[in-house]
Design a protein around this ligand. Sequence first.
Ligand code: ZN
Ligand code: ZN
Length: 255
Amino acid sequence: MMRIRILGCSGGIGVGLRTTSLLVDDDILIDAGTGLGDLTLEEMARIRHIFITHSHLDHIAGLPLMTDSIFGEIEQPITLHAAAETLAALREHVFNWIVWPDFTQLPTPQGGVLRYSVMAHGEVREIAGRRIRMIPVNHVVPGVGYGIESAGRVAVFSGDTTTNDTLWAALNDYSGIDALIVECAFPNQELELCRRAYHYCPELLAADLRKLRHRPRLYLTHLKPGAEARIEGECRDLIKGFELRRLFGGDLIQL
Ligand SMILES: [Zn+2]
Ligand SMILES: [Zn+2]
């Protein structure tokens, strides 16, 4: 059985709100937003692989702090999988010895806590029977989603994206999909902002869902704080034929 624990799924922070981070089983993390801070030290130390969708702060904010927190707890490096542009951004702008130390070089240059692993669009990483596929999407910085296959079930996380063809083509390539965790950052009144910031609103998401040949259960994520009920309501009005759920921090998806 595949377990996806939702550590954070909000578009922002506030009491009870944490940004994007998903734990697959207990050793694979997808994005490292502030939700990561809900894990105990022991739980963090069990993470062996981290897949990052893109370089935006809400998806990486927990990463530097986690790395420092478990510095003394782990013996083998954590592998950080991401597209070349995303790893370059982390190297240049976060782990640059100014914002934070370069943990690929600590405790020693030969054996850091973190190890970068460049992943290409469409590439699959196999980790103890689970297959993680990188799927390109359409965001304001280079962004990807990830398909996760485990024990015959498939879950896909969109990352941050607006209207695109690549995600939906990749989804249609699977023979079936059980769960689609998809962003819907803003309500319809922010359509123009969605175009500029490369996010979905219910109208844009509903239009793209027509490209999908499968009928997975939909989980809405990355909703703007304060607009959650409105976004969910607009999705329920516009998206028909799917079982639809709004994600909450602490949710557990079991497939
Ligand atoms: Zn983003
Ligand atoms: Zn985001």
